[in-house]
Design a protein around this ligand. Structure first.
Ligand code: ADP
Ligand code: MG
Length: 602
């Protein structure tokens, strides 16, 4: 078992600084209350408008900033929300409180339709699709005159009613403010949950996301749905606030405005859309006498931002120290049992695997049986098909022929995220961590498949979601202790040296409590110390019931920890047996040791 070193015990990175966040929240609330102090309705009108924009920007940031899906058509979703609300209120005499949810529903439906191409296209092609989508929607608003009244739009949209009387502008402003605060809070809860980690992983490293059990299309659709629903709500307020809406309100520059807000504010920063919207709203007001210079000033501001804050205002380094707020590491006494036994130890059986890439036969009849709860090593020269074997088992590559069975389950036809969900964890030959995420969050990503709270529970911070959060954090900390990296939990994973990244990746795989763990050259780049730790680690992993299939060049390590070894050469099994049997095999010496030398870590 792993004995914590003095370094890991001193795992007390500075506690998160909460004060500035509280200060920020208080400042925001004060700012929200400010427009109420003005007499007359003009300031309220502007402020309500700003809130509507902020609401939409918060939703767009969820989609574009976190899930990485650039939408240049978001204005159209706002338009659909606005038109649905307005038509239901004006023509059908619905109450705002029913019409607005209907607007949200319509926008969500449209958002999901808009999302479908995103599942296939790369970011920028997809952005163009959203632009086209927006164009189609505005055309529809013009052409479907019978319903939408064409260019002249819908007039006389009444104020929402409260207790049987129309709300005053102040009350509408307060309602919009409540919605903004709510949306901010919901988005915050989601972003800090497994859904947020899954979205960021899907954005930055789809392989890592998939290997952790994240379904890329589901998580993207989810981001679209949330974002579109918020856009629809923004549209509902837009309609009652302006009282007149026309198709021109929702043209392309309307969409681009939101994109500018979140880019200037800082993509993927919680406060980014808030700050960005304020900048774009206040700037023209402050520029009053310089109106004719407006475009030039915008240009200069954008240029200055690109130079000094390429990550947006909220992405500037000054904020960084406040942003990495993670819960403090649990004290020794609070640690749960690191890792309870896996439910059932399962054997892995590979039979007759063939795989070729063009003319290259990567696998030819590859077969092996890894006994349940044991360590099975896969060795062979470079290019002999070891990584391909792991890719076939984890579903990243479909074999041309052959069978993969884990216990009674045939993995052959399953998608990789399904295989991960069934309890297959893996690491990659080159570690695939989320470099911009903390080490701790990287490990928590591995718990994606084990957390149970669904999105609504998470968004509302209901008890099960809070329990998931606490447990996954405690378990990730325990696993980091297990691999000897608890002291670095708060650092960005990308800042760790290569060898430590491998250990973090192992911890991430373990967070899913896998029945089968696939390790691709885990010893490469490790120091002697880390190598010892790795050996002990793998032994304790199998002791907990996990089956381990390890690809490794480091023969001493193999001899020490593995029960069985399979030697591959050009995709074929050259020898199999216990380490002693295999390493004495003359052909193995010729094919493998002759070329690689012993004990090297290639
Ligand atoms: P190993 O991990 O044993 O070094 P690999 O399984 O990575 O070997 O590769 C086996 C063979 O298959 C090599 O010749 C490699 O070039 C080829 N190969 C592996 N993956 C691909 C791929 N995605 N496309 C084309 N050829 C590949
Ligand atoms: Mg390889």
């Amino acid at each position: 078992m792993n004995v914590p070193t003095s370094q890991t015990l001193a795992a007390s990175a500075a506690p998160p600084r909460r004060l500035p966040r509280a200060a920020m929240a208080i400042a925001a609330l004060a700012l929200l209350a400010l427009p109420l102090a003005f007499r007359g309705d003009f300031v309220l009108f502007l402020a309500t408008q700003a809130l509507v924009m902020m609401l939409v920007a918060i939703g767009l940031n969820f989609l574009t900033g976190y899930a990485g899906q650039v939408s240049i058509g978001h204005g159209a979703l706002v338009g659909l929300g606005a038109y649905t609300t307005a038509l239901l209120m004006v023509d059908a005499k619905w109450s705002f409180w029913l019409a607005a949810p209907a607007g949200m529903l319509v926008a969500t439906g449209a958002g999901l339709v808009m999302a479908l191409p995103a599942l296939r296209l790369s970011t920028w092609y997809f952005a163009l699709v959203t632009l086209t989508f927006a164009q189609v929607v505005t055309d529809l608003l013009v052409e479907w005159r019978g319903l939408t009244r064409g260019f002249s739009g819908i007039v006389g949209i009444p104020a929402p009613a409260l207790f049987g009387r129309p709300m005053t502008p102040r009350e509408v402003y307060i309602a919009a403010a409540i919605c903004v605060v709510l949306a901010f809070w919901l988005v915050r809860n989601l972003v800090h949950s497994r859904f947020g980690r899954g979205m960021v992983a899907a954005r930055d490293n789809p392989l890592a996301a998939t290997a952790s059990g994240v379904s890329l299309w589901r998580i993207k659709l989810f981001a679209f749905a949330v974002s579109a629903a918020i856009a629809g709500l923004g549209g509902a307020f837009f309609a009652v606030q302006k009282t007149v809406i026309t198709p021109e309100d929702f043209s392309a520059d309307f969409s681009i405005f939101f994109l500018l807000c979140i880019v200037v504010g800082g993509l993927g920063k919680l406060w980014g859309p808030v700050v960005g919207t304020l900048v774009f709203f206040l700037l023209p007001e402050l520029l009053g006498p310089l109106q004719s210079w407006r475009l030039a000033i915008y240009g200069v501001v954008l240029l200055v931002l690109m130079v000094f804050a390429p990550q947006g205002l909220m992405g500037m380094p000054v904020w960084r120290r406040w942003q990495r707020t993670l819960p403090p590491p649990p004290a020794d006494g609070e640690l749960p049992a690191v890792h309870t036994r896996v439910a059932a130890a399962l054997p892995l059986v590979l039979q007759g695997l063939d795989k070729h890439f063009g003319g290259v036969k990567a696998l030819e009849g590859c077969a092996l049986t890894a006994a349940a709860g044991r360590t099975h090593a896969l060795v062979g020269p470079n290019g002999s098909g070891k990584t391909t074997t792991l890719n076939v088992v984890s579903g990243f590559i479909r074999a041309d022929a052959g069978q993969v069975r884990l216990g009674d389950t045939d993995l052959g036809a399953l998608a990789p995220h399904r295989i991960a969900q069934l309890g297959v964890g893996r690491t990659f030959q080159t570690p695939k961590l989320l470099g911009e995420m903390s080490v701790l969050d990287n490990v928590r990503l591995g718990g994606f498949v084990r957390e149970r709270a669904h999105a609504v529970e998470v968004a509302l911070a209901l008890p099960r979601a809070r329990r998931d959060h606490d447990e996954s954090t405690a378990e990730a900390m325990a696993l980091l202790r297990f691999v000897g990296l608890a002291g670095r939990a708060r650092e960005l994973a990308g800042d760790l040296p290569h060898g430590q990244q491998r250990l973090v990746e192992i911890a991430r795989a373990l967070a899913g409590r896998p029945a089968l763990l696939l390790l691709d050259e885990p010893a490469a780049g490790l120091s002697m110390d880390e190598l010892d730790r790795l050996g002990a680690l793998i032994q304790s992993i199998t002791a907990l019931g996990t089956t381990v299939l390890i690809v490794e060049h480091h023969l001493e390590l193999i001899a020490r920890i593995s029960d069985q070894v399979t030697v591959l050469d050009r995709g074929k099994v050259l020898a199999a047996g216990t380490p002693e049997e295999v390493f004495r095999h003359p052909e193995v010496e010729r094919a493998y040791m002759g070329r690689e030398g012993t004990g090297g870590s290639a």
